[in-house]
Ligand binder design. Structure first.
Ligand code: DGI
Ligand code: FE
Ligand code: FE
Length: 193
């Protein structure tokens, strides 16, 4: 699918706010790809499509994931919104003709991240958090700078903020989010001593 067709697809599937966010992630990911040496076109496609399943009603997220044979963890069963990455990868492949496994993986893991992310996975994880239409989040200016200067530190910073925020509420925290935090935390310690 060409970009224009993807835009038509997203316009149908997303709220106006989510559509604007998706284009923000596309351009932010493209800029990060320039700086970090990733393929700009791959970054744009992954950024544009990363939330394509976000606006599916929450009850349908679980039934669709089961129907499509997507493995569902306990935390995803408790909070099916967490499935929008995996469902998004499914729709990107099925509806938008994306066959690049690296792009699909970046879409799948954009919410939780994962240990040992590829460069493209890192870019989408970060671009989602820092894109210009995001409302102001704590330490966002510093995080935005790190996105272009120290990607692993930036990832750790985002995970720390996200976990702090989630722990204030009573929502389920996905094991993968915690695992990713531990991985990038250990990595940071390794490089500073
Ligand atoms: O889809 P977006 O809003 O653009 O961004 P996202 O896919 O990163 O989802 C953001 C939300 O997901 C944000 O409120 C933090 C939350 N989140 C990230 N990791 C976890 C999580 N929520 C729960 N419940 N558990 C997690 O592990
Ligand atoms: Fe998302
Ligand atoms: Fe997003």
């Amino acid at each position: 699918m060409e970009r224009e067709e993807m835009l038509i697809y997203l316009k149908k599937k997303l709220t106006p706010k989510r559509y604007v966010h998706s284009i923000g992630v596309e351009y932010t990911a493209a800029n990060m790809a320039f700086v970090h040496g990733e393929d700009v076109q791959r970054a744009r496609i992954a950024g544009l499509l990363h939330d394509c399943a976000k606006c599916i009603p929450v009850e349908d997220k679980l039934t669709k994931a089961i129907k499509f044979g997507i493995p569902v963890s306990d935390s995803e069963r408790d909070n099916p919104d967490l499935l929008h990455g995996k469902l998004g990868a499914y729709y990107a492949a099925k509806k938008c003709g994306v066959s690049d496994a690296g792009i699909l993986s970046a879409i799948s893991f954009h919410t939780t991240g994962k240990p040992e992310m590829t460069l493209l996975e890192k870019i989408i994880f970060v671009a989602d958090y820092i894109e210009p239409n995001r409302r102001m989040i704590r330490e966002l200016p510093e995080i935005r700078k790190e996105a272009f200067t120290d990607l692993d530190r930036c990832i750790l910073h985002i995970l720390k903020n996200t976990l702090d925020y989630l722990k204030e509420g009573d929502t389920v925290i996905d094991d993968l989010t915690e695992e990713t935090y531990r991985y990038y935390s250990a990595l940071q310690k390794e490089t500073t001593c």
